[in-house]
Design a protein. Structure first.
Length: 424
């Protein structure tokens, strides 16, 4: 039943039925949280073997260095080799750091603002600009906002960002880079095509120190079909004559322990040397014991892939529950469309314009917390007020089923009221 084709009397009747259903849901006293893409406890437990992998006399490995001590700013050699395989690069093109790739990204951009990037003419000027595909990752946008970098939005398409729009913006010398989540993008789940990656590597940029911030956060986070394949961006940029254009990032934050993982940056050797020079003043070395534990735990890239199959077995039923609820409750009603990702941590739901905020408010009144409307856009302003990011990994399947029931009723009720001209 397409709600947009109902007459006012039918809309009023449908609203009354939905309000009665919402009143029953409110009476259940629910307290469910779907605001962030966190691993569930049973996912975190998959890596508890890490906790017993270093003991007395087990704190050095390959070259005899004592990993309890200071130093080795670039990461221990064993970890550089393992995560070079993870990133598809050479070990000398990798820095293995602490637990947060977000910290590495912030450091890279703040270092650019303060000191510049290789190929440029010094510190990035106040008023620099960055291209932001939307909907996108709120923490990327927060970094730009904090550093005073103006954000320019382009639409996310089925194969990556709208490259015609990207290329037009990148020609401006004031535009210094672009955020990219190339695999199972947050929140849409889109994986970039080879053609999109090629255009990013080859495009003309007005700024000589333009940087692609290639956040491969969900590199191995499939939902049962094995990781999607994406081009090696470092190779593509090198082949295009722009070897320093891309900075690649990843981590084990949603692979092992979210607050105690290992983060990785991969780039040209020029960029690696530049980043280490800046990092020298901020650190006397990372947590090398944690790096060593991760190497011992996984052994190889095959070990990482095998581990992620266990994650997929836990996570996929949750995504299936989201898809089932959306299809059953909102399918064919003309007020919503959503993604069906093959990996990652989110489902992106687009509802009728000017209805996302109201739907989220209604869900909150019924005890279901969702990511605030606008969070997937710069400055937390969705110009159409339509996008809702669904984060299903943390709750159990029964909790997701109940939360989605509330969210779907909220969406339908908000859209019905919009059609009736009743929204606040």
């Amino acid at each position: 039943m397409d709600l947009t084709k109902l007459d006012p009397l039918a809309l009023e009747a449908a609203e009354a039925d939905l309000q009665a259903e919402m009143d029953l849901l409110k009476a259940e006293g629910l307290k469910l949280d779907m605001t962030r893409g966190k691993p569930a406890p049973d996912q975190l437990s998959l890596a508890d073997g890490l906790l017993s992998l270093t003991g007395p006399g087990e704190t050095a490995w390959e070259d005899g260095a004592d990993y309890r001590n200071y130093g080795i700013l670039e990461g221990i050699p064993e970890a550089r080799r393992l995560f070079a395989d993870f990133m598809g690069v050479a070990p000398e093109q990798v820095i293995v750091g602490g637990n947060s790739s977000l910290t590495m990204m912030y450091d890279a951009l703040s270092g650019a603002v303060l000191f510049g990037m290789p190929g440029g003419e010094g510190p990035w000027p106040k008023g620099g600009k960055f291209i932001c595909p939307v909907p996108g990752y709120d923490r990327h946008f927060a970094i730009c906002e904090r550093l005073g970098i103006e954000m320019l939005t382009v639409d996310m398409l089925d194969d990556g960002p709208d490259m015609q729009a990207v290329e037009a913006l990148a020609a401006d010398p004031a535009v210094k880079g672009i955020w990219c989540v190339p695999k199972y993008s947050n929140p849409t789940g889109v994986t970039y095509s080879e053609a999109t990656a090629q255009r990013l590597a080859r495009m003309r940029t007005g700024a000589a120190d333009f940087r692609i911030m290639w956040d491969n956060a969900y590199a191995v986070h499939h939902l049962g079909g094995g990781p999607a394949e994406i081009p090696n961006m470092l190779d593509l940029c090198d082949e295009a004559g722009h070897p320093d254009r891309v900075l690649m990032f990843g981590s084990t934050s949603k692979i092992t322990h979210a607050g105690a993982g290992v983060a990785v940056m991969a780039a040209s050797e020029t960029n690696i040397a530049d980043h280490l020079k800046k990092l020298f003043y901020a650190s006397i070395g990372p947590d090398k014991l944690n790096q060593l534990r991760h190497v011992r735990f996984f052994q190889s890239m095959d070990g990482i892939l095998s581990h992620m199959d266990k994650h997929a077995a836990i996570v996929k039923p949750k995504f299936d529950a989201v898809e089932s609820a959306l299809s059953r409750r909102l399918g064919g009603k003309g007020v919503a469309a959503w993604t069906t990702p093959e990996g990652g941590y989110f489902v992106s739901l687009d509802v009728m314009d000017e209805c996302a905020s109201e739907a989220i408010r209604l869900a909150g009144e019924a005890g279901v917390k969702c990511t605030p409307a606008g969070s997937t856009f710069p400055y937390k302003k969705d110009p159409r007020d339509r996008n809702i990011r669904i984060a299903p990994t943390l709750p159990s399947v029964p909790e997701i089923e109940k939360a989605m029931e509330v969210l779907c009723v909220s969406v339908e009720l908000a859209c019905l009221r919009r059609l009736l001209g009743k929204n606040r």
